[in-house]
Each structure stands twice: as structure tokens, then as C-alpha cells.
Design a protein around this ligand. Structure first.
Ligand code: PAF
Length: 282
């Protein structure tokens, strides 16, 4: 039977009991409103660990004042049932002041890796992500932690933080789960009305167009992104935030499609900002 706890001390107590008898612990950090993408992370964590903790916390520190913190979708009851069915052992669902009491004044910051892609249009976002993920690692002391490749920049940043700060956790990246038309599963897809949902397939179509061009031999990234942009521009409900090709590890823009690259984009469909990416090894 899955347990739901609200306090840091309850998580620490449970995890230390597991660790005392030699059990390994996997952590799946989430902001809740779980979908098949999260389920794939939990499944992988269950396969690879004796016990699995899912954190379910909409982290205010990664939202700017103009973003959707208040309206971000939430459904704890459904989340707990999904976690239980997937074989997780504990859901950690703290209140904001449990994570950030009034006198909270520390943070993890990062340079470089957050200069491109989402870091440009969401200043402060990745600092907020690193701070909460660092806290979750300290609370749960997981052997492994599971993140989706859909948030490729987040994954690269977390891997870097773990290396830079010598954190004792293995970071496991898991493939993006897609709808039949290619749309990457995301909690924010729930914002889309029927027409927007149909339009949102344009992100994956554009990524595939870029991939096909590179597979056909094109190496000039500006020509590839121009084609990807033209695909998105054909969709009247879509407005491009960015479409870029970056080095998959440094997240710096690259002119030539060579080595390990990430074709990445953020596109507004109506008011909803969706992100997606494809990794290619050339
Ligand atoms: O990817 C997410 O859902 C969030 O950024 C994370 C990693 C749970 C931190 O709040």
C-alpha cells in the first residue's frame, strides 16, 4: 500500500529505515498531474530499485511571476493512484512552506548551460529547478533519480549540477513518451482545447523535418532550423518562442550538425507554451 507523506522528517525516517536494511532507493521528481511520461519514469525506477519515492510538488521557485503557477494542473488523488499502480512506495507531497520556510535563503545557481533555449525565455527557471532538485536529493538520498528526456536542457543541467557538486546520485534519463501524432506527453497538454490539440502536432512534424534534412546530408544548422521554422509557421495557431540546434552536452548553439546535437524548440499553441526536442548522433 502506497504511503503519502507531507513532511521532510517523515521521508527521511522512512528512507533511513530502508537504507538500514540495505534497500536501494529511486526518486522520481515530478510536479504532479501525472501522465504516461511520468509512468514510464516510475516503471524504470521500480525495475532498478528496491523502493521508489515520487515527489509531487509544484515548485514555485521555477515559475516567474507571469507564468502559470496558480493555474498549473493538480490532482493529488489521481497521482497517488497512478503511483500505486506503477509500484511506487511513497509519494512526497509537501506544502510550499515545508520546502521553503519563511527564513529560507539559499539557492543553487548555474552559469553557461542555462544561457540558451528555455533559459533565455525563462530567466531564473533553472536556478529554481536546481534548488528544488538539490533539496529533494538531500531529503530522499536516492541511489538513482529519473528525469524525462523531453526536458533535455533540464536533464543536462541536473547532470552537470550532480557532477559539479559531487552529489552521490546516478541520474537516469528516460525517453520522451509521445501521443500517436507525435505530441510529447506533458501536463501542460491539458490546457489545449480541441483545435489547439490538433495544431500542437506541428512541433513533432517540424522536428522530423529537421531530422530528415540532416539524415539527407544537410549540415548547416541555419538551413535546418529555417526549414523547421517554415513548418511551424504553416500552423496558424502556433507562435515560435525558439527553434535551435545545440550541442547536446554544453547546450551551446552549433553551426554545423555534427557530433551529439539536440534540435530543440518551444512553441506557443494559443497561450500554452510547449517544448520538445530530438537528439541526434551524427
Ligand atoms: O520536470 C519537472 O517536472 C520539474 O522541473 C522537476 C524536475 C520536478 C523540479 O520541480
Amino acid at each position: 500500500m502506497i504511503a503519502v507523506v507531507k513532511t521532510v522528517s517523515e521521508v527521511k525516517k522512512q528512507v533511513s529505515e530502508w537504507k538500514r536494511i540495505g534497500l536501494s532507493v529511486g526518486l522520481v521528481p515530478t510536479m504532479g498531474f501525472l501522465h504516461e511520461g511520468h509512468v514510464s519514469l516510475i516503471n524504470r525506477a521500480v525495475e532498478e530499485n528496491d523502493r521508489v519515492v515520487v515527489s509531487d510538488f509544484v515548485n514555485p521557485r521555477q515559475f516567474s511571476s507571469s507564468e502559470d503557477l496558480e493555474t498549473y494542473p493538480r490532482n493529488l488523488e489521481k497521482d497517488v493512484s497512478i503511483c500505486g499502480q506503477a509500484g511506487a512506495d511513497l509519494v512526497f507531497n509537501p506544502e510550499v512552506d515545508e520546502m521553503y520556510p519563511d527564513d529560507f535563503c539559499s539557492s543553487v545557481s548555474m552559469t553557461g548551460l542555462q544561457n540558451e533555449l528555455c533559459g533565455k525565455s525563462r530567466p531564473g527557471h533553472f536556478g529554481g529547478v536546481c534548488t528544488v532538485v538539490c533539496k529533494l536529493f538531500n531529503i530522499v538520498s536516492p541511489d538513482r533519480a529519473y528525469f524525462g528526456e523531453k526536458d533535455a536542457q533540464q536533464l543536462a543541467i541536473i547532470r552537470h549540477m550532480v557532477k559539479d557538486l559531487n552529489m552521490n546520485v546516478e541520474i537516469v534519463g528516460c525517453p520522451t513518451v509521445r501521443e500517436a501524432d507525435g505530441l510529447a506527453k506533458s501536463s501542460r497538454n491539458s490546457y489545449l482545447n480541441e483545435e489547439e490539440r490538433r495544431a500542437s502536432a506541428v512541433l513533432y512534424r517540424a522536428l522530423c523535418a529537421g531530422r530528415d534534412l540532416i539524415l539527407a546530408g544537410e549540415r548547416d544548422c541555419s538551413r535546418v532550423t529555417a526549414v523547421m521554422k517554415s513548418v511551424v509557421d504553416e500552423e496558424p495557431l502556433a507562435e515560435i518562442d525558439y527553434i535551435d540546434i545545440v550541442d547536446a552536452f554544453t547546450i551551446e548553439k552549433t553551426e554545423a550538425a555534427e557530433g551529439d546535437i539536440l534540435m530543440a524548440m518551444a512553441v506557443y499553441i494559443g497561450k500554452t507554451r510547449l517544448i520538445d526536442n530530438l537528439f541526434m548522433r551524427i
